[in-house]
Design a protein around this ligand. Structure first.
Ligand SMILES: Cc1cc2nc3c(=O)[nH]c(=O)nc-3n(C[C@H](O)[C@H](O)[C@H](O)COP(=O)(O)OP(=O)(O)OC[C@H]3O[C@@H](n4cnc5c(N)ncnc54)[C@H](O)[C@@H]3O)c2cc1C
Length: 506
C-alpha cells in the first residue's frame, strides 16, 4: 500500500482536505497533474495572461455539437484558486432549500446552512477572508469576519454611497487576501490592478497553495507529487473498493494504491476520471450505476458589465471591493418576483487588460474606455439540468454539453442593474455574457444526496457503491446558488475531513 489516503488534485477542495488532516497520523499522498505555477513577471502581464493564455490549459474540449473550444481553466498546484478573483462568499440559508424560477426549481441540499457554518468559519480564517458582518442584506447567521473589510477607493466608495441613497444595501465584498492595511509597507498584498484572474506574483492571494497546501506539507505524513496525471481508478473484484489508480508520471506510467481515494480534480475532470474508469464491475464508469456521473453540470450565468461616464475618470487601482445582494432572494417586483442573483465589482479593466482582449480596437479608444469605466460581474444561478453534462469522446477528450438556462432571470438582473447605473449617472453601459469556455465556476457533476437513484455521492461525499471513494471538489453541489463557489468547496472539504478522520485515522 503506497499510502493511507490518496488525493487527486491540489485545488480548493484537495488542498483544504489535506490541511484539515494535518496531525491525523494518516499518510497522505496528493497527486497533482500540474506543476507549481511559475513565479515570473508574466504573472502580472495582461497580454500573457489574458491574450496568450499562458496559465490556461491549451487542451481543447468539445461542445454538444462537436465544436472545439479552449476552456478557461488551468492545471497548477493550488488549482484554479491560483487565478481566482478571491471573492469568497457563504451560501445563503435559502440556497440550501428549493428555490423556484420560471424555468424550474433548484433541489434541496441534504444538509442545511447550520451544518456547514462551523466549516465556513474555519475556511474563512485559513483563507484570510476580509469582510464586515451585518451589511449584506441576505447574510446568513455568522460571527465577525477574521479580517476587516478591504477599503473602497474613492470612486467605489462614492458608488456605494449613491446606491445607499437609492435605497440599496451594498456591502464590502468578502475577499481572500493577505492584506495588512495597518502596515501597508510590510503587507504581502499591495492592492494592485492584477489580481482578479491573474496569478499573484507576491503570493498574497488567499489561494489553496498558500493557505492550505503549504501548511499541509509541513506535516511529514503529507506528500505532494506534481506532474502526475491520474488516468483511471481501478476497483477489485466486486467493484466496491478502489484498489489502485493509474497515472502518467514524469517517469512514465505508474500505479498507486491507497486505503482511501479522494477525487478533487475539479467538477469536469473528476467526472471525466470516473467516466474513464470503465471496468467489468462498472461498465458505464466508476460509481455510475445510475448514469448520473457527469450530469447536472452548472457554471452560473455570468456577465461582465462596464459602466462609462465620459466626464468622470475612474483612477481606482484595486477595484474589486463592492457587492450588491439586494436582488439575491427576490427582485422585489410584483410582475417578475424571482430571485435575480449577485453583483460584484470586477478587477479594474485597465488599458492593457482591454488591449489584451480587444486587439482590434484602436489604442486611444481602449485607453479612453479603460480610464473611465467602472466594472462589474453579474451572476445568476443556473439550474441543474441532467442534459448539461460531461461525457468522453471516443478519443478520450472531454465533451461538455451545456445549454444555458434561467436566461430570462439573468436578463432581468442585467436590465435592472443597467437602469440603476443610468440613474447613477453612467450614460453608457455595455454588457457581455460569458460563453461555454467560461468554466471557472464549474460545479455539480457528482451531486451528493441521500438517494443513490438521484445522487452519485452520499452525504459524506462518499460514492454510492464504492466504499473507499470520496470527492471533495466542486462536483458535489446539487445546486450552484448565485454566489461564487470556492468558500463552499473549502468548507465542505473541511466537513468531509472530519468524517475521514473519524472513520480512518483511528
Ligand atoms: C479566472 C478565475 C476566477 C475565479 N474567481 C473566483 C472567485 O472570485 N471566487 C470563487 O469562489 N471562485 C472563483 N473561481 C473558481 C474557483 O477557482 C473554483 O471554484 C475552485 O478552484 C474549484 O475548486 P476545485 O477543488 O473544485 O478544483 P480546482 O481548484 O480546479 O482544483 C483541481 C485540481 O485538480 C488537478 N487535476 C485535474 N485533473 C487531474 C488529474 N487527472 N490528475 C491529477 N490532478 C488533476 C488540477 O490541476 C487542479 O490543481 C475562479 C476561477 C477562475 C479560473
Amino acid at each position: 500500500m503506497d499510502t493511507d489516503l490518496l488525493i487527486i488534485g491540489s485545488g480548493a477542495g484537495g488542498a483544504t482536505l489535506a490541511r484539515a488532516l494535518v496531525g491525523s497520523g494518516l499518510r497522505i499522498l496528493i497527486l497533482e497533474r500540474g506543476d507549481y505555477l511559475p513565479r515570473e513577471k508574466a504573472n502580472w502581464e495582461p497580454e500573457a495572461v489574458l491574450h496568450e493564455h499562458r496559465y490556461h490549459t491549451p487542451e481543447t474540449w468539445r461542445d454538444a455539437d462537436g465544436q472545439a473550444f479552449h476552456p478557461v481553466t488551468g492545471y497548477h498546484v493550488g488549482g484554479n484558486t491560483k487565478l481566482y478573483g478571491a471573492a469568497i462568499l457563504r451560501r445563503r440559508e435559502s440556497d440550501f432549500v428549493p428555490r423556484a424560477y420560471p424555468d424550474g426549481s433548484t433541489p434541496a441540499w441534504p444538509l442545511d446552512y447550520a451544518a456547514l457554518r462551523p466549516y465556513y468559519d474555519q475556511a474563512e480564517a485559513w483563507y484570510h477572508c476580509h469582510g464586515v458582518r451585518g451589511l449584506d442584506p441576505c447574510e446568513p447567521p455568522r460571527g465577525d469576519y477574521p479580517y476587516p473589510p478591504m477599503a473602497h477607493e474613492p470612486v467605489i466608495q462614492a458608488f456605494a454611497d449613491a446606491l445607499i441613497a437609492q435605497g440599496l444595501r451594498p456591502f464590502p465584498l468578502p475577499l481572500a487576501i493577505l492584506r495588512d492595511a495597518a502596515n501597508p509597507n510590510t503587507s504581502p498584498c499591495i492592492r494592485c490592478d492584477t489580481c482578479d484572474g491573474f496569478p499573484c506574483l507576491l503570493h498574497a492571494k488567499g489561494d489553496a497553495e498558500v493557505c492550505a497546501l503549504r501548511p499541509a506539507l509541513a506535516d511529514p505524513n503529507i506528500t505532494l507529487l506534481t506532474g502526475v496525471r491520474v488516468q483511471r481508478l481501478l476497483t477489485g473484484a466486486g467493484g466496491t473498493r478502489v484498489e489502485s489508480v493509474e497515472a502518467d508520471t514524469p517517469d512514465g506510467p505508474r500505479k498507486f494504491s491507497a486505503r482511501v481515494v479522494v477525487v478533487a480534480a475539479g467538477a469536469v475532470n473528476s467526472a471525466a476520471l470516473l467516466l474513464a474508469s470503465k471496468q467489468a464491475a462498472w461498465p458505464n464508469g466508476l460509481a455510475n450505476a445510475n448514469d448520473l456521473v457527469g450530469r447536472h453540470y452548472m457554471c452560473h450565468r455570468n456577465s461582465v458589465c462596464v459602466a462609462l461616464d465620459p466626464r468622470r475618470a475612474n483612477p481606482t487601482v484595486f477595484q474589486k471591493t463592492l457587492a450588491i445582494n439586494d436582488f439575491y432572494e427576490a427582485s422585489g417586483e410584483a410582475d417578475f418576483p424571482w430571485a435575480l442573483g449577485h453583483i460584484q465589482n470586477l478587477g479594474k479593466i485597465t488599458p492593457a487588460v482591454l488591449a489584451a482582449q480587444r486587439e482590434h480596437w484602436p489604442g486611444f479608444f481602449t485607453a479612453a474606455v479603460a480610464h473611465h469605466s467602472v466594472d462589474w460581474w453579474l451572476t445568476t444561478e443556473d439550474l441543474p439540468d441532467a442534459n448539461n453534462r460531461v461525457t468522453l469522446d471516443a478519443d478520450g477528450g472531454i465533451r461538455l454539453s451545456y445549454t444555458p438556462n434561467n436566461i430570462a432571470v439573468h436578463e432581468h438582473l442585467l436590465a435592472r442593474w443597467k437602469t440603476l447605473l443610468h440613474t447613477l449617472g453612467y450614460p453608457v453601459v455595455q454588457t457581455q455574457t460569458m460563453g461555454i469556455e467560461a468554466v471557472a465556476h464549474q460545479v455539480g457533476t457528482l451531486r451528493f444526496g441521500h438517494d443513490p437513484a438521484t445522487s452519485v455521492l452520499d452525504v459524506n461525499c462518499r460514492a454510492h457503491g464504492v466504499d473507499n471513494l470520496y470527492a471533495v471538489d466542486a462536483s458535489f453541489m446539487p445546486s450552484i446558488a448565485a454566489v461564487n463557489p470556492s468558500l463552499t468547496i473549502m468548507a465542505n472539504a473541511l466537513r468531509v475531513a472530519e468524517h475521514l478522520r473519524a472513520r480512518f485515522a483511528a
